[in-house]
Design a protein around this ligand. Structure first.
Ligand code: HEM
Length: 509
């Protein structure tokens, strides 16, 4: 059989699979389709791992440009996570998407390939492309800073990383982050509660402001003052405007569309309010203000006041919705797993006794099951649907040559699917898998919520502390009950519910 005939046959095989899958709009259906086929007829040749390029980027199978445009027109990007799962089901562990302008985006799902791509870019100041905030920086004469590229990014990274990632770096914030968790839980009641993402967005914002400025702004209090309200509106407004811009035809690259103007206005508001926070931090003589990231960064006088404020804004926006969305998904998952809640509660009681005693920094670190539960939540759910690299060095994956300048999406969604080969019983939400290593060997690249390497998330320790404290304080007080109605998950750069998420709690006696 000639190569061409083989390709044509495979093409028609795939077409019929596509027709069969037309009715399967749900993510779960797509994933189960992937599961049934991925070992049978993947289009990208099953791993004979080769670093020698045999084929070009355009040879990687994938949907047509028309199909992509149709999807954008139908606002299909809100279902980007579903789309990715469906495409992996159709094309195997790697596919190519053509985008207007003759460019290509490559999607990768196998952890072995991901590791290869990530590592191939590590020596060249890895880059994930510009966000809206980079355009804002250019327009305003600011450094692109932590979201930038090259040497300038590297300088910012070296400035911030030790202050957030070094062992013990977060200890000064512990008590106040616990207080934020307590204020958030104080807003919950026995029975039905509404709009979990609103609670969690405020909790996420309030917690990161503690780290940045060493102060409370009151977004998680029962009643917010005007400034706290304006602040949270600006954080939400920026996030949704940016998501809209990312997932629409990029007219804003050519002129200031109304959505772009709105997004910029929200950034202006955040910066204006943050200047007030900074003034308060500088006035305060408290221990936490002295330990705030702002105070630590100020010791580097090479940073201008404008760039310092902009850096704080960049950290804020990286923190809030990622944290809120991951935590919402974790709470949703816990509500369906009372046995996991029970085990976590037992551990909490063992360390802290009955009642609602607050943990110390040391006691929190002793709660291994709670830590495993959060780690498993990141494996089981997925907030950002993929990590991005714009290649600087050429890389060959499965025999395909990926040249510099290509956008590669390293999909956390489909890597979850690939985990099937890596984990025992991957459908099971099982924190235990991280405690006793009886599992198949877990490939470290099969669960990368914070990405990998020199560019990986700087907030990962902050998040782990915040989430552990919030979950602990909820479980000390309540059981989380399962919702009756299903959730429609959509993707505004991170995956969350399409409408306000009601949740149900039962007070422990
Ligand atoms: C559950 C919550 C979070 C998730 C899932 C998450 C995930 C990520 C991911 C996937 C990246 C891209 C990394 C890359 O390109 O390799 C990233 C970057 C980043 N994150 Fe997070 N993040 C979270 C929370 C936070 C928080 C709380 C902060 C701040 C305190 C933060 C600060 C940052 C910064 C500054 C970057 C840019 C790093 C760089 O480009 O050098 N993140 N995060």
């Amino acid at each position: 059989m000639s190569m061409l005939t083989a390709k044509l046959l495979k093409h028609f095989q795939l077409r019929s699979m596509v027709v069969n899958s037309r009715t399967c709009t749900k993510w779960e259906r797509a994933i189960s389709l992937a599961r049934s086929k991925s070992s049978a007829t993947p289009t990208v040749e099953q791993h004979k791992y080769s670093t020698e390029p045999q084929m070009q980027l355009r040879d990687i199978p994938g949907p047509s440009t028309i199909e992509n445009l149709t999807m954008i027109a139908r606002k299909g990007f809100l279902k980007q996570h579903v789309y990715m799962a469906e495409m992996f089901a159709r094309f195997g562990p790697m596919f190519r998407q053509s985008v207007p302008g003759g460019r290509h985006v490559v999607y990768i799902s196998d952890p072995v390939d991901m590791e290869h791509v990530f590592r191939s870019q590590e020596n060249n100041n890895p880059y994930r492309g510009d966000m809206l905030i980079a355009d804002y920086a250019r327009k305003s004469g600011l450094d692109r800073g932590i979201n930038g590229d090259g040497e300038s990014w590297s300088v910012y990274r070296k400035l911030v990383a030790p202050k957030l990632l070094q062992l013990g770096a977060l200890k000064p914030y512990f008590t106040e982050i616990l207080n934020v968790a307590d204020d958030t839980v104080a807003n919950f009641t026995d029975g039905k509660n509404v709009n979990l993402q609103d609670h969690l967005t405020k909790w996420g914002a309030e917690s990161v402001v503690v780290v940045l400025f060493g102060l409370r702004i009151g977004t998680s209090y029962k009643s917010m003052n005007e400034r706290a309200e304006a602040f949270i509106d600006a954080v939400n407004g920026h996030f949704y405007a940016e998501a809209k811009l990312i997932f629409s035809v990029p007219l804003h690259k050519h002129f200031e569309t109304p959505t772009l103007k709105r997004a910029y206005r929200h950034v202006d508001t955040q910066l204006a309010i943050m200047r007030e926070f900074a003034a308060e931090t500088r006035k305060h003589e408290t221990e936490i203000a002295r330990n705030s990231l702002l105070t630590k960064l100020e010791q580097h006088d090479e940073l201008s006041e404008e760039n310092l404020m902009f850096l704080c804004q960049n950290l804020l926006i990286a923190a809030v919705h990622t944290t809120a969305s991951s935590t919402l998904q974790l709470i949703d998952t816990l509500s369906k797993h009372p046995e996991v809640q029970r085990k976590a509660f037992e551990e909490i009681r063992l360390v802290l006794g009955d009642g609602q005693q607050a943990p110390s920094y040391q006691q929190l670190s002793e709660m291994k099951y709670l830590r495993a539960l959060i780690k498993e939540g990141f494996r089981y759910n997925t907030a950002p649907p993929g990590n991005i690299r714009i290649t600087k060095a050429p890389v060959t994956v499965r025999g395909y040559h990926i040249p510099p300048g290509t956008t590669v999406i390293l999909s956390t969604i489909a890597s979850k699917e690939m985990q099937r080969q890596k984990y025992n019983d991957p459908e099971k939400f099982a924190p235990e898998r991280w405690l006793r290593r009886t599992d198949k060997e877990i490939h470290p690249f099969s669960s990368l919520p914070f990405s990998f390497g020199r560019r990986a998330c700087l907030g990962r320790r902050v998040v782990n502390m915040e989430m552990a404290l919030l979950v602990l304080r909820i479980l000390q007080k309540y059981e989380i009950l399962e919702r009756k109605d299903p959730v429609n998950w959509v993707c505004h750069t991170v995956v969350g519910p399409d409408k306000p998420y009601s949740f149900y709690l039962k007070k422990r006696h």
